[in-house]
Structures are given as structure tokens and as C-alpha cells.
Write a protein that binds this ligand. Sequence first.
Ligand code: NAG
Ligand code: NAG
Length: 424
Amino acid sequence: MAPLHFISSKTPSFTLSLFFLFFFFTLCWSSRVPRGTGLSRQKLEVQKHLNRLNKPPIKSIQSPDGDTIDCIPISHQPAFDHPFLKDHKIQMRPSYHPEGLFDESKMSTESSEKAKPMSQLWHMNGRCPADTIPVRRTKKDDILRASSVKRYGKKKHRSIPKPRSADPDLVNESGHQHAIAYVEGDKYYGARATINVWEPKIQQANEFSLSQIWVLGGSFGEDLNSIEAGWQVSPDLYGDNNTRLFTYWTSDAYQATGCYNLLCSGFIQINSEIAMGASISPVSAVRNSQYDISILVWKDPKEGNWWMQFGNGYVLGYWPSFLFSYLAESASMIEWGGEVVNSEADGHHTSTQMGSGRFPEEGFGKASYFRNIQVVDSSNNLKAPKNIGTFTEQSNCYDVQTGSNEDWGRYFYYGGPGKNPNCP
Ligand SMILES: *[C@@H]1O[C@H](CO)[C@@H](O)[C@H](O)[C@H]1NC(C)=O
Ligand SMILES: *[C@@H]1O[C@H](CO)[C@@H](O)[C@H](O)[C@H]1NC(C)=O
């Protein structure tokens, strides 16, 4: 079925879209929808999708940023709409943890007395009860900003940097720009990093800026498997410029499978405190307090599922192994770093920032960093990777610089301002 198109009033091709919209609906009327109008069908489609995504909550919490966080019974979460998960028995804890399974402090899925400086904004107004998970409620406007109901919550383009054999034309064509560190050539069973958190400026609403870990399986073909987690600013996806925690997965290079957060069935959440897609607060400021988040993704060697932990204590949940082909076995590449969408064509750039918007050489307190980057090796141990490569399409716009020391292990600074005298 052809996706319905919506008007995004901020695109320069507004008039063109309008024309095609008109053309499309004319087509609908004449050939597809004998009764009713295209517009009422569109409304119905949006409502149906909202009903699918927003499960009946047992409690709702209003976040200061305008979000509503719904507390959904754990067994009613979107994952269980998946036909393969109808009879799935939820695993309430992983059977293996690379930082030590018997360290209870690492295993908490409930609030504990430990200091947790980074939190989510909605916590100011309440918490979800045990046996529920917090889910950011999708608004009608969230869906209307997407190019179609079907594409809501999905990435628009293939956007994973392919460092070694990057085809310059292809890389530049997609408009995605990266500054990353990576490892490949081995089997990986997980990755971690502590990521500096900023609120980069986005020039155009259809652009985004993110900082994340990629756990990749397979070659860069149509069946690329990817698990992704980090923070992002994406006005299109969330309707504001806040920095938000996010995850993504796909098993076919962003085509039919996968989505952000819990916007499709796949990820199974067990944690009652952290909402995917919710705002992170506070964020770092230049020459001021620095905030960072730790993310660990690892494969449970017994069940084969890929687990995710946020901060030091929050085991969020897992991606069941059956979602993937290559990643059902192991990952073949890990990437860490930043990505932005640049919407200018012909080698020109917008001033959308990556990281803090500063170049790596400015260092701590100004440039954004990833520290203590580690991989889980084939013995299921966390270790600092050897032979880290770096990649950026245009280092005059966004750059990356690696280093290592005792405190931070392997680390790198990354990011940049986009448009500047050396990056037109
Ligand atoms: C996001 O930031 C841009 C400029 O950086 C601004 O033009 C826009 O209005 C902001 N959007 C929202 C929803 O606040
Ligand atoms: C992308 O385009 C820019 C400007 O046109 C160019 O300098 C750069 O080398 C291109 N390719 C890659 C891989 O960055």
C-alpha cells in the first residue's frame, strides 16, 4: 500500500509537495478509495497507528518538556504485538553481565540509593510503579511530521558510515555526516562507552544531530544488522530541540524492519525508570559542569539476546536474538561517534552542530567526548579495543581525534560546528 504523504510546512519544496499531494489524492480518489475522501482516510490511518502505539496506561506523568509518560503494564508493551513474541516469556534479568553478574549494584532495575546525577526530566513529576514500563506517548503531531504513517519512527536513509571503502559520492549524497571511531575484523559481543551529553543546535527541523554506539553485523548490504543507542536532538521525531536518550535497531539496512525506541515491536523493556526517547537533563555547557551517560550493549551468551544498560544501574531490556540474522551470532564491527544530517546540497553545509559544536582540539569542557570505550570480546570480557580507526567525510566540518590515558582508557573528542569559513 502506498504511504500517505503529509505536508511538512518547513520544507523548501512545500509547493511541490502540495502539488504531489494533490496529485496523489486525485489518484486515490480515482483508483483506490471509492468511498470517502483521502483526508478522512489519512485521519483514520493516523488514529489507528496512535492506538497501536499508545497502550492503555495505568498511570500517566506529565513531563515539564510537554511529554506525557505513560506507565504501561510490562506485559502490554508494544513488543508483544510481534507475532513471534505472542508466547514469549519475558526475561526479567540477563543470565550474564560482562561487568559481573553477581554485583547486585550493577543489576538494579529499580530505584536505589546510589547517586545518579543524570536523570530524565519527567522524574520531576513522578515515577512509574513496579511491573510497568514508562513509555513516551506518541502525539498526533509526531506522526504528522513524518513523511508517512509507515515511516514514522524509522530512519529515512541508510546512514551508517562505511569507513574503509566509503564511496565519496554516495557518502555525500545522503547528506549524512559523521565523525566516528571504529573497530572491525573480529567478532564482538558488545560495546560500551561513556558519552558526554550536549544540546547541539539544529539549523533546520528536518536535520538531526546524534552521538551513539553502533553494533553492526554483516556487510554493508541490504541485510545489514544494526543495534544503536545514544542521545539525539531530532525536531522531526520529537517536535523540539531537547537532547533525548534513544535506541534504534534494524535487520535489513533501515528498509522494512526496526525503528527508534519502542515505536515498533522488537525491543523488550523491563526497566520501570527510564523512558526511551525521553529528555536527558541536565546537559553540559562550555567551561561549565560536564555531564555524561554510560551505555553498555552486550549479548547474553546463554539466551543470545542483546541487552542494554544505561548509566551504572539501569538494565533497560533486550532485543531478542530472533530479530536479527548476523547479530544472532555476533557483531563484526563497532562504531562510536557523531552523526548529523546536512540538508544543503552541492557540498554546502548548514550550521547544524555535532557534539558540542566545537572541534576536538578544544578539549575537555568545550569539545564533546566518548571515554572508556570498550568492546566485549569472544570470551565475553570487556576490554579496550586495539587498532581503533577513525572516519569523517569532511574534517573541516566535523572531526574526530582519539587518545588514551589511565583515567579515561581509550577515548576520543569529536564534533564541530558544520558551516564555517573552512566548511562552506
Ligand atoms: C529549534 O531550534 C531552532 C534553531 O536552532 C529554532 O529555529 C526552532 O524554532 C527550535 N524548535 C523548537 C520546537 O523549539
Ligand atoms: C564530499 O564532498 C566534499 C565537498 O564537495 C569533499 O571535499 C569530500 O572529499 C567529499 N567526499 C568525502 C568522502 O568526504
